[in-house]
Design a protein around this ligand. Sequence first.
Ligand SMILES: Nc1ncnc2c1ncn2[C@@H]1O[C@H](COP(=O)(O)OP(=O)(O)OP(=O)(O)O)[C@@H](O)[C@H]1O
Length: 260
Amino acid sequence: MMETSPRKEMAADLLRIEQLEVDFEGFKAIRGLDFSLQSGELRFLIGPNGAGKTTLLDVLCGKVKPSKGKVRFKDIDLSKHQEHQIAQLGVGRKFQAPSIFITLTVQENLLLSMRQKRGLLSSLVAKTTPEQRDKMKYYLHMIGLEHKAKDKAGSLSHGEKQWLEIGMLLIQEPELLLLDEPAAGMTDSETEKTGELLHKISDQQTIVVVEHDMEFVRQFAKTVTVMHEGTVLREGTMQDIQNDDKVAEVYLGRRGERDA
Ligand SMILES: Nc1ncnc2c1ncn2[C@@H]1O[C@H](COP(=O)(O)OP(=O)(O)OP(=O)(O)O)[C@@H](O)[C@H]1O
């Protein structure tokens, strides 16, 4: 076994889930799941269809309430909070359905997201402070859309729209970012850029990515958690996971990945 450094041992978990259970009218989508994350991690969550990955993200953002177990984010019990409160506590979730305003520019979309507490109109007409301008520039650069700042969001490619959405989440500066298949439907070069973006983000924020594209996971994952039937089957580096027979049996093998 690898020795953990003293610094790592001392680092408190950003997220700690113990014996989580989610019950959908008698069907346990999550059963006895333990999971923890430290600040600054980029964690990929994989597993066969129905393993409970989306349900886990739903619990983390407060969309689904657990029937049992503990969910602690920075030592706050998330099960006692509503979805909007959890967002304010610093958990940002990107859903697959787009939530950008296509008739507004890239910049305006970011601005709206930054000034979320105001109404739509007052957000757009309010004067931008130098700090806000700097923040906007910073995130525009991060998502690689500086040159499209004044373009209508509706004119962006699929990949660019996804990055804009990620930017809209980032500009709210959540501590934990939850992404569901961020590279789905992207071209190869967009997929590559998305992987690089995830690494850039993880310099400052903690990210959990649910992903089906194994090539993407192989290329960009640091630590992978494999879920199966509502619980964690294995956790480790992609290499550990790829060499694990049980994982191959329930997941990789099923898709013929090992023979590829
Ligand atoms: N609202 C619900 N009511 C009843 N069953 C549900 C509900 N949501 C999810 N399930 C079931 O819970 C199980 C876990 O679903 P979940 O979507 O979390 O899996 P997943 O790992 O994200 O799968 P996929 O990779 O296919 O997206 C599945 O069997 C699913 O049918």
